[in-house]
Every structure is written in C-alpha cells, then in structure tokens.
Design a protein around this ligand. Structure first.
Ligand SMILES: [Zn+2]
Length: 257
C-alpha cells in the first residue's frame, strides 16, 4: 500500500483532463491509500478542506508557500482557518501547516518577508501543536537556523535535496525526511546517498505532483499514484523488501498525523 505525503491535487486537476472522481479512482486502482493535499496560498484553503472532507484517505494542509505573498491579513487567515476546522470537529483532516519555508532560488518574495511569514507560521504550528511541512530551496542554512529556534518539534522536510550530512542536520531536529520523484534520477548521486542514510523510521516518499515525475515516466505530468515508482526505486537502492518500506512509511505517516 502506497502513501503520497505531498501532492497538489488542485494543480493536477487544473492541468489534466481528468475529473476529480477519475483522479481518485486511479489512486484506488493503484493501491494508493492515503494522500495529502498540500495548500500553498490562502485562496485554496477552502478547496483543500472540502477535498479532504469528501474523500476517504485524503488529508490536507494549511499554509502559505514562500513564493506566495503573505500579508498580515493572509497570515491571520492561516490561524483563523485552522481554528475554523477545529471548531467544525475536523481537526483529524489537518495533516499539518505547510508548505512553508524559504525559497531563495525563485525569490518571488523578498527574503525578509519570507522569513517573517515562515516564523509566523511556525509560531502558529506551536500554538496548535501541528507538524510543519517545510519547503527549502537554496536556503537550507537559514531554514535550519530558524527551525532550531522555533521548531514545533515535529515536521517533514519535503522534497529533500542535499547530502547525508544535511540529512543528519534535519534528523537532529526530530524531523522526517521526504524524498520526491527526483530521487529516481540517474545523476542524483548525493540524494541516493542521503536516501540510504536516513533510517527507515524517519523516511517518507511523495510525488509533489504535478512536478518532479519519477523515472520511468519522466517527461509527463506527475500524478499521485506514480509515487509507486519512487517506492520501488528506494527498495532497490537500499536493497530492502518493498513491503518493509511500505510498512515503515505507513507507520511514519501515522505517527505524524
Ligand atoms: Zn509542493
């Protein structure tokens, strides 16, 4: 049984000709039992919430991506929205606060604004005792410094990129490390080393669909069910039984949510 801990269903649906029902039935057909719809900006919180509410096995996150604008009003809305879901007795559907973090590669928002929004949302995670889903691109030093200061203690470094030394720093925070489809790329040698290094009880897999399609489907738009290829790649890379990988990821997923 597979789990996709990080997918953007809203974007997948926009970019494909599939209906919501067709997309969900493909998950079932491919033995993908749980998936997390990751929010990136306030205007999709409601959509993410409803998507999780009406579909078994789907969880969702609330958070503002570092590439998106995060005004004071937007940031307050993060807290208000979480409170609204809790008041509606749907807290179980919230997987965490995310994706949040720093992106110095795209730099769509000024650095100081990114840091401010990141810290605000980490404080919210501490208030609500929710795990965080972290996006960090070319900003790992700052990300780790801030997390050491403000970490809610539980979280996921999503789409991990880095070597095993970096992986250790993330593990030292008590976080899980999630690998996306780029793990399957031939030239990703550092990432392969990191994926062999991370203990199975701290590891997760994701698609980040519609991005980062794994081999052998690279070239088309990614879909949540394609995570199976990353599972198979990881099993071979680590020379482990696939079922053992599935079981560990299932346990890790349950420990977080
Ligand atoms: Zn993402």
């Amino acid at each position: 049984m597979y789990i996709d801990t990080h997918a953007h269903f809203d974007i997948c649906l926009k970019e494909s000709s599939l209906t919501e029902d067709e997309m969900l039935s493909r998950l079932k057909k491919n033995n993908l039992k749980y998936a997390v719809q990751i929010s990136t900006e306030p205007k999709i919180f409601e959509w993410s919430y409803n998507f999780a509410k009406k579909n078994d096995g789907i969880f969702f996150t609330i958070g503002i991506h570092p590439s998106e604008e995060a005004s004071e009003k937007d940031l307050n809305y993060v807290r208000d929205f979480i409170q609204k879901v809790i008041d509606a007795n749907d807290a179980d559907l919230i997987f965490g606060i995310g994706e949040i973090g720093l992106d110095y590669y795209r730099m769509h928002q000024p650095k100081d604004r990114q840091i401010q929004a990141f810290e605000y949302q980490l404080d919210a995670a501490n208030t609500f005792k929710l795990p965080v889903i972290i996006h960090s691109r070319e900003a790992m030093d700052d990300t780790l410094t801030i997390l050491r200061r403000k970490s809610p203690g539980s979280g996921i470094m999503h789409c991990f990129s880095g070597n095993s030394k970096r992986a250790k720093e993330v593990l030292d925070l008590g976080f899980y490390i999630s690998f996306a489809g780029n793990l399957t790329y031939n030239k990703a040698e550092e990432l392969h080393d990191a994926a062999k290094y991370v203990p199975l009880d701290r590891l997760l897999l994701e698609t980040d669909a519609p991005f980062l399609t794994p081999v052998p489907l690279r070239g088309r738009k990614n879909m949540p069910e394609y995570v199976m290829h990353t599972y198979q790649f990881l099993a071979e890379l680590r020379n482990e039984n696939l079922i053992k990988i599935e079981d560990n990821i299932y346990n890790n997923f349950n420990n977080i949510k």
